[in-house]
Design a protein around this ligand. Structure first.
Ligand SMILES: Nc1ncnc2c1ncn2[C@@H]1O[C@H](COP(=O)(O)OP(=O)(O)OP(=O)(O)O)[C@@H](O)[C@H]1O
Length: 484
């Protein structure tokens, strides 16, 4: 038992590694065989316990038929396996959702862990520069766990000590291509741990039909489309201002019209008024009847309408002062949503300096003071540069649809948004695939969310507008009338 284990003593061995010029002679400790055996047995047992702990179902699937076959004969083991297979297949056929939730996605996660992530982990980490190869040893971030959803792999990793989120965010391209995904998004799971999202397919690849008009009158959040994870995209409109940026044909109209559609019952109940500024005369003129006289197209009319909104806002502020700090929509004081299509026409591209100043001042006043008194702005524009829209930071909520340049993404969504996966410049220019697709960043989280707005067709808009009679108090309000 205490004999030496077979093999040559490594006493004369001189080790060099390619990474170091140091040549050393390893110290050889004579170890009794029993100690080596105890260490190996201990490792084996610890490995078994870890395996059962981490994969209880897979362990049971292998253990149960083996034990049955051993105790009662192979027929019992085989019947057990056949019974389980029939049960699982029936479950998968009859209750796809629950089967996937409890079994399907776990099996897929196990498969992808072994076949994709473990297999490629070391080369991808080293080549992307996220792992280190020092003095002959690999120091790799740890692959903690993987979960699969219907559309993506969610991989939790433990960073190496001293690494920053930016190190990973800068290498999303390496990670995506290294693991055979279309893209990769990085977010912080907890201190030292990151969640990497690798989409397996695009759940937003097909256009969504217009959302049904809600039954109840509400000022939101309005369901305007779907998020990548299949949950509804709820857009907060009351108590904020929204800026929608997207190149021509990106689908800004679908965000605007889906919002108006969601607010329609509240508009009918006189709890919401939509004031439309349509300098291009293309988008909002389609549902003109919905706005009554609160529709402006020429720059002069737009300036007048904006100043009227400022007047409403100031009159409310005077009335609410000292009494209430937040606005609740009522028939007397409805929520006013000022919708501006292609706001740059009124600000940057306006040749009349006087009008430009009036419009910019009114927009800045509304976006700085309007939200507490129930006046909100929903503005769309193609070019988000500061020279074009110098008040873009006054919009708390921003939506980046397809953009032409990668730098524009951070201009819209804030610093670091693109590094974290908001690839708005990669959205397809083919309308069926990319129109209405975009990224949003919620106030509560720095991580961008991929969304698609529902497409409100011309027929939908006509149906919304047909038979709509604006309330009796929808005569055009001028600044003078309101302040009077
Ligand atoms: N959500 C959507 N889903 C599918 N297709 C859409 C969607 N939104 C728009 N489209 C398609 O894309 C085309 C362009 O959309 P839209 O006019 O809304 O873009 P836009 O961003 O307002 O462009 P522009 O700034 O040039 O007016 C539409 O005619 C429609 O065919």
């Amino acid at each position: 038992m205490f004999k030496k284990l077979p093999g040559d003593e490594a006493q004369q061995l001189v080790s060099t590694t390619p990474d170091t010029a140091v040549v050393f002679r390893p110290a050889v400790l004579r170890t009794p065989a029993i100690i080596t055996i105890v260490i190996f047995v201990w490792r084996l047992l610890a490995g078994l316990v870890r395996l059962v702990w981490r994969h209880p179902i897979a362990s049971a699937v292998v253990t149960a038929p083996t034990v049955l076959a051993w105790l009662y004969g192979w027929q019992y083991g085989l019947s057990f396996v056949a019974g389980v297979l029939v049960g699982l297949t029936s479950w998968a056929l009859l209750g796809r959702l629950s089967f996937n939730r409890w079994i399907g996605w776990r099996l897929l996660a196990f498969w992808r862990l072994v076949w994709v992530y473990r297999r490629h982990w070391q080369p991808v980490m080293i080549i992307s520069g996220l792992g280190r190869h020092l003095r002959g040893r690999d120091y790799l971030p740890r692959l903690v766990s993987i979960r699969c959803t219907s559309w993506a792999d969610l991989v939790t990793v433990k960073m190496l000590h001293g690494q920053a989120v930016k190190d990973w965010a800068d290498r999303t391209d390496h990670l995506a291509h290294g693991f055979g995904a279309r893209s990769c998004r990085v977010s912080v799971a907890k201190a030292g741990r990151l969640l990497l999202v690798f989409p397996r397919h695009d759940p937003l690849a097909t256009p969504l039909p217009a959302m049904p008009i809600p039954d109840a009158a509400s000022v939101g959040p309005v369901e305007v489309g779907t998020c990548e994870d299949g949950t509804p995209w709820l857009l907060k409109v009351h108590g904020t201002h929204i800026l929608v940026a997207g190149a021509t044909g990106a689908g800004k109209g679908s965000v605007i019209w889906s919002t108006i559609r969601g607010l329609l019952p509240a508009v009918r109940a006189d709890l919401v008024e939509i004031w439309a500024l349509d300098p291009k005369r293309m988008e909002l003129s389609f549902g003109r009847d919905l706005f009554g006289d609160r529709y402006a197209a020429s720059p002069t009319d737009c300036a007048d309408l904006l100043e009227a909104a400022v007047a409403v806002m100031q009159e409310r502020a005077d009335r609410f002062a000292g009494l209430q700090r937040n606005h609740t929509p009522t028939v007397e004081d409805p929520f006013v949503l000022v919708v501006v299509d292609e706001v740059a026409f009124l600000t940057a591209y306006q040749s009349d300096k006087g009008l430009k100043l009036r419009i910019s001042a009114a927009l800045a006043t509304l976006t700085t003071q309007g939200r507490a008194v129930g006046v909100g702005v929903l503005a769309a524009l193609q070019d988000p540069r500061k020279e074009v829209m110098n008040i873009r930071n006054l919009f708390p909520d921003k939506i980046a649809l397809r953009l032409d340049e990668s730098e524009q993404v951070d201009m819209v969504l804030g610093d670091g948004a693109r590094d974290r996966g908001a690839l708005a410049d990669h959205i397809s220019p083919i309308p069926e695939q990319g129109a209405g697709v975009g990224y949003v960043r919620l106030e509560c989280s720095p991580d961008p969310i991929r969304v698609r707005a529902a497409y409100v067709s011309d027929t939908d808009i006509h149906t919304m507008a047909t038979g709509f009679t604006p309330g009796p108090d929808t005569a055009p309000m001028t600044a003078v009338e309101v302040t009077r």
